[in-house]
Design a protein around this ligand. Sequence first.
Ligand code: ZN
Length: 409
Amino acid sequence: MTDTHQDFGEQFVRLALEIDKHLPGYVDAYFGPEDWKAQVQQDGKQPLSDLTDQINQLAKEISQADGLDAQRRDYLDRHLTAMRMSVRVLSGEKVSLADEAEALYDVRPEWQEEANFEEAHKLLEEVLPSEGSLRERMLAWKKSLEIPVEKAKELLPIIIKKLRTLTDQKFKLPEGESFTVEFVSDQPWSAYNWYLGNSKSRIDINTDIPMRVSSLPDLIAHEGYPGHHTDLSIKEQKLVDELRYYEFTVALLKAPSAVIAEGIATSALETALTDEEREEWLREEILPYAGMSHIDPKRILAVSKAGRKMSRVSGNAAFMLHDQGKSEEEIIQYLQRYNLSSEKEARQTIRFISNPLDRSYTFNYDVGYDLLEELFQGVDRDIYFKRLIEEPVTPSQIRQWIQNERHLN
Ligand SMILES: [Zn+2]
C-alpha cells in the first residue's frame, strides 16, 4: 500500500491561500477542491506570526514523514522555505534582492557583467543591416517585423496547430486539453497563461506591445505548447489526478516552481523544433502568410540568439532599482544602452520589476533557461523535458540530476 500523504498537500494549499489574503495574487492559479478555498476565504486574515508557526510545523512533519517520495519531500520543503520568506517580507522585514530571490526560488541571482551584453552587441553588429547606431538598427529591425493584430489573429491558429501536434507527439497531451486566446491591454507583461484547471487555460496577449511575426511562435510555445499550458495540464493529470499530490493544485509565482515553469517555457520552442526546422517553418509558411517573404529567417534566429544574451539586462535593472537606489531615469538609460530597448520598452521593464510581486521574478526566465540548458547538455533533451513536466522538480533537484549525469559520463 502506498501512503500518499494527502493531508500534506491540503495543508500546503491552505497555507498558500492564507498568504494570498495578505498578498492578493500570491496564488496565481488554484484548481483544487472548491470547499478548501471557500473555507479559507470565510475567515479573516490570520496573523503572519501564526502562519510562520504553521509553515514550520508542516516542514517538521514533512521532514519526519515515513515513505514520502524524495522528490516530493524536496519540493514541499523548498516551497515552505519560499513561503517563510514571503511572510518575512510581508511582515516588513528588509531583505536584499538576492537573499529574497534565493529563498523564494532556490537559485541565487547575480549581477551580470556588461561585457556579456557587449558580446551580444558584437554578434548583432554582424547580422543587422548597417545604417545608424546599433540601437537604431535594432529598433528598425524590430519595427520591420511588426504585424497588425488582425494578421496575428489569423496566424495564431496555424502556429497553435503545428506546435500542438509536435507537443502531443513528444509528450502526450491530456485528453480534452485546450486553451483560448484573448487580446488585452494595459498589463505589465506581454502575454500570460491563466491556468483554469481540468486541462484548460486562457492565454492573454497584451496588444500594447507590438506584435512581431518573429515572436508569435515563441509566444505560443512559451505560454501554450509545450510551455506553461502543457506543463500545468500534464502536472494536473500526473500529480493531482493520479497521485493525489494536492500541492500541485496551486500555482505560485514566488516559489521554486516558478523557475522550473519559466525554464520550461523559455526553452519550449527549442524543445519543439530544431533551429533548422524553425527556420524552414518561418521561410515556408509563417513569413509568406504574413506577406513578409523578403525577410531572411536566418537573421531572425541570429538576432533572437543574441537577444537571449541581452535579456539578463533586466536582472541588473532590478538590482539597480531595489538594492542600489538608482533613479528610474538612470535605469532607463542603462536599458537603452545595454538591452538596446526603446524608451517605451524600458519603461515597460521598469513597470514589471517595480511590481512587488514581480520584483525578483524577472530573474526566473534567465536562471530557468540557463539551468535547463545545462541539464540538456549531452543527454536526451526530450526525456528530461518530459520529467520536468511530469514530476515534482526544484532547481536543487535539477542540480542533482546534472551531477548524476556527469558522474555517469
Ligand atoms: Zn512565462
